[in-house]
Design a protein around this ligand. Structure first.
Ligand code: C2E
Ligand code: CA
Length: 782
């Protein structure tokens, strides 16, 4: 049925009810008998149709309740029809018929079941003990009220049953229970508003119960008149049921049912109960007048109820507090768990970043420093720890020229390659791979390993690393040097293990880079020797052990002696002859160059003075200067002072500075130039052509003479390419007005070629070896 139709059906029903009410007021039996069943049927129709609308799956309880309410209307209608049948067809007094009279009692039963379903669903959510007390106290109060109002305090119960029948007695009991149920429920609902349709229906049921009780009151008093006002009041109950159904169906929004308000699990407080406490005695006083005993009974019921409630509420509150506490504890526990998880996670992250390199994601030096001692400690008797240290050759150039971004990408790409190396050596344990410095990587193997095997791995690493790396539009071919040391052969502890790898690495670099070197006995010996030289250099008496040798230099075209190069010689008391190529770098390293350099300057300049005085010649001598010497501010002053003290004109002094200084950049060259500017000495570039500076750089270099390195001269007779290089050096120097001198000329062939190429001067074993002063004098000056 559509809502609109239902609404109009309801209006019609109420209009008919008004007619029926009028008939009841005038106690008109005819209209009463016709309209009463009609109205009951109408109410049944509306309520039943509403029950059909409810979805069985979602609202099983509510649907049942509605069906029982509709049945109560139907039973009433059928009872009315039976009544009419007795009056009209059998012409008997229905009041005398058990059947006609007692059919009405089934209405009570169905109503009670419907209400029960609605209320119990709600009530069972609440604290059971409190509910029992509420129900019992409400039932007692209502029951007592009904007993005094409707049963006139009759004490002879068998007589009541006899006059109303046992079904009638049951109906009275049901009425009391209905009222109790509704009041208990209503007074227990404490949150939200009860939907209007429910209020209407409950009100209808209350009216029914009261009218029914009035009916029994009349029966007991023997003053009941059929189709009188009391019946109209009963009928009003069905009208209200129909109105409730109509209201529910006509509501646009779905609203809450009674049970939706029951979000509280215990009916704590029952504030509305107060109304009942006040209401029941007032009704009693209003109907029966002031009877102190009755008031006392009501007071007693409520006093007991309140006392019991007090303790129960206390228990409920405690229980709730406990629950709340438990809930809070569990929330707290969850929070702590969460926090702990966070801290653990943070710690893990921190631990990770403290042990890993952010660029390559490999382990870092910190991790190696921590883990290596452990690896060494847990070593089994036959095992070794092999530390392979790799350093990329000239990585700084990549960073300087292409920027750090590209440099980082190269490192990442190289890392990928390094990681794949160990797949070629499946039978050994996977190594720890770490980035231990800017361009330094370390492989740590823990298993048994001999030098040759470690070197095999290292060579594989070098091979993989040297494959071209493409980053953006650039293609890099990087090489690396590797140092290997093995615990326990090469070191007794982790520190020396790492240090020895580093030493081996440095030696690999010195020996020309792009190679690997093990820290073996040879290296150990060389280190030992280096240490010895270091100590001797620091402690020796220069005048006793050092001597200057001189190697003659000649003009090519007439083979005339034009000067000499001073070369230091050291005859150590304990180690014998030590080459300057060996000890000068050590002297540089241990910072004794200023003393040593000054000694050389003094000796050579005094020699120049002596020779020029004795032999009356203009003889120029070249002095080798270590680039480190130039860093000392006092150097130029010392040179100046020594020259002026010995009265040696600066033009007789040639300062030889190695080509490598050009590698240090333009600023460095300018600095050197400004150092000697105005001093009057000439400057030669030593060892030119060993690969550092480009030929075109020559024009920027303020040198007077370049010394073409022995390495180039060695090959000019055999190698056309080297000859061409020497040729272009000479030509370029000539065009710039710079003199050229060839170093290390040993054969006539070399001499001839150099002469042909237009080289200016010559120095070498062919025309004279470096020699002691007296020998030099003997051979060349006398
Ligand atoms: P250098 O400046 O290149 O010196 C030339 C080296 O070539 C000398 O070796 C010399 O003996 C050697 N030499 C000359 N002609 C020939 C030749 O025909 N055949 C061969 N095989 N060798 C030849 P030396 O004296 O052993 O010096 C080595 C290096 O030590 C020098 O290389 C120089 O860099 C350094 N040095 C020598 N004396 C001094 C010095 O007084 N002060 C400084 N700072 N360094 C020095
Ligand atoms: Ca030299």
């Amino acid at each position: 049925m559509k809502r609109k139709k239902l609404f109009w059906a309801c209006i019609v029903l109420f209009s008919v009810y008004c007619v029926y009410l009028t008939a009841a007021v005038y106690e008109n039996d005819f209209w009463g008998n016709i309209l009463s069943p009609l109205l009951a049927f109408g109410a049944f129709g509306i309520v039943f149709l509403t029950s059909l609308e409810l979805d069985w799956k979602q609202n099983r309880g509510r649907k049942c309740a509605w069906i029982f309410f509709s049945l109560s209307c139907l039973v009433w209608a059928l009872a009315d029809l039976t009544w009419v049948m007795y009056v009209a067809v059998f012409a008997e007094d229905p009041m005398e018929s058990f059947f006609a009279l007692n059919m009405y009692n089934f209405t009570n039963i169905f109503l009670f079941i419907g209400t029960g379903i609605l209320c119990v669903r709600l009530l069972k959510r609440w604290n059971f003990i409190q509910l029992k007390i509420d129900t019992v106290s409400t039932a007692m109060a209502i029951g007592y009220l009904i007993w005094i109002v409707f049963l006139d305090k009759r004490t002879d119960f068998p007589e009541i049953v006899a006059s109303v029948g046992w079904l009638g007695a049951l109906s009275i009991f049901i009425d009391i229970m209905l009222l109790t149920l509704i009041f208990t429920t209503y007074f227990s609902v404490r949150k939200g508003k009860v939907a209007v349709y429910i209020m209407v229906m409950m009100f209808g049921i209350i009216i029914y119960a009261i009218s029914d009780l009035i009916y029994f009151h009349f029966i007991l008093a023997d003053i009941y008149i059929p189709n009188s006002l009391v019946d109209a009041v009963s009928m009003l109950a069905f009208m209200l049921l129909a109105a409730g159904a109509c209201k529910k169906r006509c509501m646009d929004k779905p609203t809450m049912g009674l049970e939706d308000y029951a979000d509280v699990t215990s009916n704590v407080g029952l504030k509305k109960n107060f109304y009942l406490i006040v209401l029941v005695p007032i009704v009693a006083v209003a109907v029966e007048g002031l009877v102190l005993f009755d008031l006392f009974v009501f007071a007693l019921i409520f006093a007991i109820r309140e006392a019991l409630s007090f303790y129960i509420q206390l228990a409920i509150k405690n229980e709730q507090l406990l629950l709340k506490e438990k809930e809070m504890n569990s929330i707290l526990e969850d929070k702590i768990k969460e926090r702990t998880k966070e801290i653990v996670q943070k710690n893990d992250e921190l631990e990770y970043s403290s042990n890993h390199d952010p660029v390559t994601d490999l382990y870092n030096r910190n991790f190696i420093m921590k883990s290596l001692p452990q690896s060494v400690r847990n070593l089994k008797p036959n095992e070794t720890v092999t530390f392979i240290l790799l350093d990329i050759d000239r990585f700084k150039t990549i960073n300087d020229m292409y920027g750090h971004d590209v440099g980082d990408q190269v490192l990442v790409e190289l890392t990928n390659r390094l990681q794949s190396v160990d797949s070629d050596f499946e039978f050994i344990e996977k190594p720890i791979l770490a980035r231990v410095g800017g361009d330094e990587f370390a492989f740590v193997y823990r298993s048994f390993m001999a030098y040759d095997y470690a070197e095999k791995i290292a060579n594989k690493i070098l091979l993989r690393g040297s494959e071209p790396i493409a980053i953006n539009q650039y293609l890099f071919r990087i090489t690396a040097s590797i140092g290997i040391s093995i615990y326990p052969y090469d070191a007794r502890d982790v520190k020396s293990l790492m240090r020895n790898s580093d030493i081996a690495l440095n030696h690999a670099k010195v020996r020309g880079k792009n190679r690997c070197l093990s820290f073996n006995s040879e290296l150990r010996d060389s280190i030992y020797r280096k240490n010895e030289i270091e100590i001797l250099l620091k402690t020796m008496d220069y005048n006793e052990e050092l001597e200057m040798f001189y190697q003659p230099q000649f003009r090519i075209y007439d083979k005339k002696l034009i000067g000499a190069e001073a070369l230091i010689r050291w005859y150590s008391k304990s180690l014998g002859y030590i080459s300057p190529a060996e000890f000068i770098p050590i002297a540089e390293e241990i910072n004794i160059i200023p003393e040593l350099g000054n000694w050389i300057l003094n000796t050579v300049i005094h020699q120049i003075k002596e020779w020029n005085t004795i032999y009356g010649i203009d003889f120029k001598v070249g002095i080798n200067i270590s680039p480190k010497q130039l860093d000392y501010i006092s150097f130029v002053n010392d040179l100046k002072q020594t020259m002026s003290e010995s009265n040696v004109p600066p033009r007789l002094v040639d300062i030889e500075i190695t080509e490598s200084i050009a590698m240090e950049g333009e600023d460095r060259i300018k600095q050197v130039y400004s150092l000697f500017k105005g001093l009057g000495v000439s400057i030669s570039m030593d060892d030119f052509g060993t690969g550092y500076s480009a030929l075109s750089n020559l024009k920027y270099l303020p040198f007077e003479k370049i010394k073409i390195a022995k390495e180039l001269i060695d090959a000019i007779a055999m190698d056309e390419y080297d000859m061409q290089i020497v040729k272009s050096i000479i030509e370029l120097a000539k065009s710039l007005g710079i003199l050229t001198i060839a170093e290390g000329v040993e054969y006539q062939e070399q001499f001839d070629i150099l002469e042909k190429l237009g080289c200016d001067e010559i120095q070498g074993y062919l025309l004279g070896r470096p020699m002691a002063v007296d020998k030099f004098e003997e051979q060349f000056l006398k």
